[in-house]
Ligand binder design. Structure first.
Ligand SMILES: *[C@@H]1O[C@H](CO)[C@@H](O)[C@H](O)[C@H]1NC(C)=O
Ligand SMILES: *[C@@H]1O[C@H](CO)[C@@H](O)[C@H](O)[C@H]1NC(C)=O
Ligand SMILES: *[C@@H]1O[C@H](CO)[C@@H](O)[C@H](O)[C@H]1NC(C)=O
Length: 138
C-alpha cells in the first residue's frame, strides 16, 4: 500500500476544511495560523448535538498534529469545558479512553475525530451528563 506523505495528507484536510466539503456540517477544522507551514496547529469546533446537554453549544478545540501524524492520532484538547468520560480534567482527549484513538487507522481525518467526539456526546450514556456553564474554558 502506498502511504500518502504527511504534508500532502494535511493539505487535503486543509482544503476540505476551507471549502466546507467535509461530509459533516456539525464539525469544522482549520489551520490556526496560515503561516504554520508545518501544519502543526489546528482549530476545531463541534456544534453540540440536539436533545443533549451539549445542545446549542459551540465547543472549541485545539488540535496538534506532530510529525508522526497520520501514523499516530492527532493530539486533541477541548478549550471549552466539557464533562465527557474520554476527556481528561485538563480537556485533553485521553488516548486510551477514546475508542477511535485506541483503534487508530491512518486514513482517519481530524474531521472524523471531531465527528466521533460528537457521537460520544450523543451516546445514551453521555447525552444527559451535567455540563459546566456554557462558555467556560479550561
Ligand atoms: C448535523 O446534526 C443534525 C442534528 O443532529 C443532523 O440532523 C444532521 O444530519 C447533521 N449533519 C451532518 C452532515 O451530519
Ligand atoms: C484559532 O483559535 C485561536 C484561539 O482560540 C484564535 O486566537 C485564532 O484566531 C483561531 N484561528 C483562526 C484561523 O480562526
Ligand atoms: C487516561 O486514561 C487512563 C485510563 O483510564 C488513565 O489511567 C490516565 O490517567 C488518563 N490520563 C490522564 C492524563 O488523565
Amino acid at each position: 500500500m502506498v502511504e500518502v506523505p504527511r504534508n500532502f495528507r494535511l493539505l487535503e484536510e486543509l482544503e476540505a476544511g476551507e471549502k466546507g466539503t467535509g461530509s459533516n456540517q456539525n464539525v469544522s477544522v482549520g489551520l490556526r495560523d496560515t503561516s504554520d507551514i508545518y501544519f502543526h496547529f489546528w482549530n476545531g469546533t463541534i456544534v453540540g448535538p440536539p436533545s443533549t446537554t451539549f445542545e446549542y453549544r459551540i465547543l472549541s478545540l485545539e488540535i496538534y498534529c506532530d510529525e508522526s501524524y497520520p501514523k499516530v492520532p492527532p493530539h486533541i484538547r477541548f478549550l471549552s469545558k466539557v464533562n465527557l468520560p474520554c476527556v481528561d480534567p485538563d480537556g485533553t482527549v485521553n488516548r486510551s479512553k477514546f475508542l477511535l484513538f485506541k483503534n487508530w487507522d491512518r486514513r482517519t481525518t481530524m474531521e472524523t475525530c471531531l465527528s466521533e467526539l460528537r457521537k460520544e456526546m450523543a451516546s445514551p450514556a453521555n447525552r444527559k451528563l451535567p455540563q459546566p456553564p456554557e462558555g467556560s474554558v479550561y
